[in-house]
Design a protein around this ligand. Structure first.
Ligand code: SIN
Ligand code: CO
Length: 378
């Protein structure tokens, strides 16, 4: 990773993280010089019509805003007129070029990355002024988009609208972005993007999980791991006036027992790795139709190398690798190679692999989590 990637204009990664990340917006002209986009409007519309598409269609008329969820009907899409926009999430799960584009953002840990969303709108289209709870890089593809932003504190929304639209949007700054320009927005920065012409925008979104959600999920994780000895006992039971009341002795005894529930950093790391690498509910992996036997797989590994399936999420910590919600504690040598795979989403044929790593990779291959390099991508 270059210290001053073109992506951040003249800034070093350190400067960007220090001065802008999670703090203030940044416009970077020609962040990706020569960027023409990764797919055409028609291809995006086709994606929005696919069975498992995570797609939204926003229409704006004098009557207000309308929102529909995909998958859409191609004939209905062809009939659209006026101000509308279609947005497709998870484009990096289906398009290898999109996964490559995300690698440019590797200066942010993978655990923070959500996905690449791509939108298309004809002139006038947009999703209205709103704010998001997460960080986003808005990279302009074909066409032009007028971005208006506001750091206002007033976050009141239009009541009963089908999507979150700011009621009082006070534009503080605005720019017109062309292909290759990019706007970084920290969480809760108000923004409004209006298509100036046929316009496609690539949103690189990051996740900011709420502590409430993390806490709830951590308790789910912990329930299979806690171990509290003993059973309730009351050999000194006293009479009580109201038999329906829960006595203080019982309360304190159970309180003491529950306080035996303990966890450490390793539990938190294991929980985080599994939780953050868990695929979203609509994601499924296809096992290879005709899997190679173990020995042939190992040979292919050493001649072709491997790559993560586009939908795979892989994270690491300590001596554990996490892949699509599962965790695997491994030895040092295996960890080094598997971390390389997680970092780069690919491993060259020359990579040194332990027997343990090959065994695991074979398991991942059978699950459809990885694929041999240069085989045709789905
Ligand atoms: C868009 O691409 O039209 C919307 C992106 C956003 O506002 O987050
Ligand atoms: Co937004």
């Amino acid at each position: 990773m270059k210290n001053k990637p073109a992506l951040l204009g003249g800034l070093t990664i350190k400067e960007f993280l220090c001065d802008y990340w999670q703090k203030k917006p940044l416009l970077i002209r020609q962040a990706v010089p020569g960027f023409k986009g990764l797919l055409t409007p028609q291809q995006l519309i086709e994606l929005s019509c696919m069975e498992d598409a995570q797609a939204r269609l926003v229409k704006q008329s004098r009557g207000g805003w309308q929102l529909a969820h995909g998958p859409f009907d191609p004939d209905e899409m062809a009939k659209l007129r006026g101000k509308w926009t279609v947005l497709v999430q998870g484009v990096n799960h289906v398009l290898p070029e999109a996964a490559e584009l995300l690698k440019r953002f590797d200066f942010i840990p993978h655990a923070r990355l959500d996905d690449l969303m791509v939108s298309y709108a004809p002139k006038g289209g947009g999703v209205g002024p709103h704010f998001d709870a997460y960080d986003v890089f808005l990279l302009q593809g074909v066409g032009h988009r007028r971005w208006q932003i506001s750091t206002q504190d007033d976050r009141s929304l239009i009541p009963d609208a089908p999507l979150r639209i700011l009621q009082n949007f006070h534009v503080e700054q605005e720019w017109i972005l062309e292909a290759g320009d990019m706007l970084y927005l920290p969480p809760h920065c108000g923004h409004n993007g209006i298509a100036e012409d046929d316009c496609m925008t690539y949103s690189i979104g990051f996740r900011t999980p709420a502590y409430q959600e993390l806490g709830e999920q951590f308790l789910v994780y912990l329930q299979d791991r806690i171990c509290i000895d003993g059973v309730y006992a009351d050999p000194d039971l006293k009479t009580q006036t109201h038999p329906s009341e829960i006595g203080s002795d019982m309360l304190h005894q159970v309180g003491r027992a529950i306080r035996q529930v303990r966890w450490d950093d390793e539990d938190v790391a294991n929980f985080l790795g599994s939780y953050l690498s868990e695929p979203k509910p609509h994601i499924y992996f296809d096992a290879p139709a005709k899997p190679l036997p173990r020995a042939r797989f190992e040979q292919a590994l050493q001649t072709r190398g491997i790559a993560l399936d586009l939908k795979t999420q892989m994270l690491c910590r300590g001596s554990t690798v996490f892949i699509n919600g599962d965790s695997y504690p491994v030895g040092k040598g295996s960890y080094r190679a598997l971390r390389e795979l997680a970092d780069k989403r690919q491993l060259s044929a020359a990579a040194k692999l332990t027997h343990e790593a090959v065994e695991l990779l074979y398991e991942f291959y059978l699950d459809g989590y990885i694929e041999l390099a240069s085989s045709k991508r789905r």
